[in-house]
Design a protein around this ligand. Structure first.
Ligand code: CTP
Ligand code: MG
Length: 235
């Protein structure tokens, strides 16, 4: 089944601090977005990559895709993003040609995901799962809290979910095309990932093993880790 990847890259990267939009910042001298595009195009199954660019950055993204070496067998499209990740993914899906039966959604902010993880997600969709997420067990214990009585007060802890049953979810998340499009057309609640919308449809979502190098570059320390991972790969 023809497979496409949608890469939401329209965020500003507020938690990373002031500077260019996060996806355009350099990692090992190459924009984070280019790493993410290469990670998707590295899978032989992926024949189209749709980049959802910052609204004021579509021309810059197009010229970056022309400037960096990318596999010949992959097509690229650039569309303008929206105010939320959810909206940006929807705008990417609006540009998806009908022949793509499998769709990956991958954060530009996860530039170092290994191709084996990408292929494992695609494989699980091919095997019949309508929605697949790469996921890892948690290192930290997680507590549920209630809002503090006043700003600055300690937060009351109300529960400790069983850690062995929790997973930290990554991207690329993989979907049967019709399922993902239906989710984006019908679910209006705010969610933080695409599989969450599919869950709201009542459709089964499954997890496959993620990879520690698929971490999201969110805060400044994540950039330090990403540079170290790249340096290790270049040894
Ligand atoms: N994203 C997007 N459109 C938005 C917001 C986010 O395409 N309006 C994308 C980001 O570019 C990123 C992915 O969604 O690749 C994951 O979001 P996140 O890590 O939260 O990135 P930002 O929203 O840019 O960062 P922050 O929340 O710190 O501002
Ligand atoms: Mg964000």
């Amino acid at each position: 089944a023809p497979t496409a990847a949608v890469i939401p890259a329209a965020g500003r990267g507020v938690r990373l601090g002031p500077g260019a939009p996060k996806a355009l910042r350099a990692l090992g001298g190459t924009p984070m977005l280019i790493h993410a595009v290469r990670a998707m195009a590295a899978s032989r199954a992926v024949s189209l990559v749709i980049v959802v660019a910052p609204p004021d950055g579509t021309a810059e993204v197009k010229s970056l895709l022309d400037a960096y070496a990318l596999p010949e067998r992959t097509d690229f499209l650039v569309v303008s993003g929206g105010a939320s990740r959810q909206e940006s993914v929807k705008l990417g899906l609006d540009a998806l040609p009908p022949e793509y039966a499998i769709v990956l959604v991958h954060d530009a902010a996860r530039p170092l995901v290994p191709v084996d993880t990408v292929d494992a997600v695609i494989e699980a969709v091919r095997d019949g799962a309508p929605a697949v997420v790469p996921a890892l067990p948690l290192a930290d214990t997680v507590k549920q809290v209630e809002p503090a009585a006043a700003p600055g007060d300690p937060e009351p802890v109300v529960a400790t979910p069983e850690r062995s049953l929790l997973r930290a979810v990554q991207t690329p998340q993989g979907f049967d095309r019709a399922t993902l499009i239906r989710a984006h057309e019908t679910v209006t609640d705010a969610v933080t990932d695409d599989a969450g919308m599919v869950e709201q449809l009542g459709v089964r979502v499954v997890a496959v093993p993620g990879h520690e190098e698929a971490f999201k570059v969110t805060r400044p320390l994540d950039l330090v880790l990403a540079e170290a991972v790249l340096a290790r790969r270049r040894l």
